[in-house]
Write a protein that binds this ligand. Structure first.
Ligand SMILES: Nc1ncnc2c1ncn2[C@@H]1O[C@H](COP(=O)(O)OP(=O)(O)OP(=O)(O)O)[C@@H](O)[C@H]1O
Ligand SMILES: [Mg+2]
Length: 315
């Protein structure tokens, strides 16, 4: 793929040595003005969309969203790379069932222990989907911001979508995950603490960055009973552009434990929700079902599966 990009653009994709250029401290000696400037290699032609999946609060579904959106976008014909930015606590590889194929990670690329191609892990089922793993035995602070930015740029030259799975929190790991992104998807659950953290994170993103919201783990029957925030409550607080609502569904847990995305579970309404979000990200006008629609739709799906709601654990 990178070869295609090079051929199409006539530009060379940045060599891995570039990652460290800006991280190297300047030498104390003043430059010789007569010295011939070394030929700077041109930056890669950036065509892909770099989108950070973030939340502030931990455990709300960022990794689940990254894996499933990545898969759905690949199925829609896009070249996708999912980037684990959770250095030290990576798990995107596990969620995607690729942990046995991880050999290198993003810090290896940045530190020139391997090439980007040697770090990318191709999905088992989809040729157009790849994973860039994070280091497991390193610290988030070890990832230089400028090198991460250039790494994302190089990925944008090769892929249509670069989805960056952000760690929880708002410290260095968060800054690292957002540094190369031009768009953000904030994931929240309908809980006051998650919504408050999402609000905080929205305030930390660059003012001109387009931001979309996914409300994950919604339970329609609790919303109906008035014991869970509804979508309007969440939007009232966050005032972000809603791109999708994902139900709380044990299919997600089953899929995660199998190392497969929920979009691959035939007939899964949660998988369908992720595919609709992917379609919206591609600019398609796919309406977001209202709670009533969803409740009716859930009932139809459940009765077609001959489950009752309580048997499915939805109360
Ligand atoms: N829609 C859902 N329905 C049921 N379970 C879900 C759903 N979304 C996520 N989960 C489960 O919630 C847990 C946390 O999800 P995930 O790891 O994606 O969150 P995260 O935001 O990436 O967490 P962290 O902040 O630790 O990186 C996982 O066990 C996952 O299977
Ligand atoms: Mg995660």
């Amino acid at each position: 793929m990178s070869q295609d990009v090079r051929e199409q653009t006539g530009l060379d994709v940045a060599s891995s040595s570039e990652y460290q250029q800006n991280s190297t401290p300047e030498t104390a000696t003043s430059p010789d003005p007569s010295a011939v400037k070394p030929q700077q290699s041109l930056p890669p032609k950036v065509t892909g969309r770099a989108i950070v999946i973030t939340s502030g609060k931990g455990g709300v579904g960022k990794t689940t969203v990254t894996a499933n959106l990545g898969t759905a976008l690949a199925d829609a014909g896009k070249r996708v790379v999912v980037v684990d930015a959770d250095v030290g606590l990576r798990n995107l590889d596990v969620v995607m069932g690729l942990e046995n194929r991880v050999r290198n990670h993003s810090l290896d690329v940045i530190e020139e222990h391997c090439t980007l191609d040697e770090a990318l892990v191709r999905d088992r089922m989809r040729k157009s989907l790849s994973l860039l793993p994070a280091a497991q035995d390193r610290d988030k602070d070890e990832m230089p911001l400028d090198a991460m930015q250039r790494l994302v740029q190089e990925l944008q030259a090769r892929f249509d979508f670069v989805l960056i799975d952000c760690p929880a929190g708002i410290e260095h790991g968060f800054r690292n995950a957002i540094v190369g992104a031009q768009e953000a998807v904030i994931v929240t659950t309908p809980e006051v603490s998650a919504v408050r953290d999402a609000d905080r994170v929205a305030g930390l993103l660059p003012g001109d960055m387009p931001v979309k919201l996914i409300v994950n783990r919604i339970r329609p029957h609790l919303v109906k009973k008035g014991t869970m925030l509804n979508i309007e409550d969440v939007l009232d607080i966050l005032r972000l552009d809603l791109i999708g609502v994902v139900p709380d569904d044990k299919d997600v847990i089953v899929a995660t434990n199998r190392g497969a995305p929920v979009v691959d579970i035939a007939g899964s309404h949660t998988g369908a929700a992720f595919r609709r979000i992917a379609a919206r990200m591609l600019g398609e006008n796919v309406p977001i079902p209202t709670l009533q629609d969803r409740t009716a739709w859930f009932s139809r799906v459940l009765s077609s599966l001959r489950f009752t709601r309580s048997e499915r654990g939805r109360g």
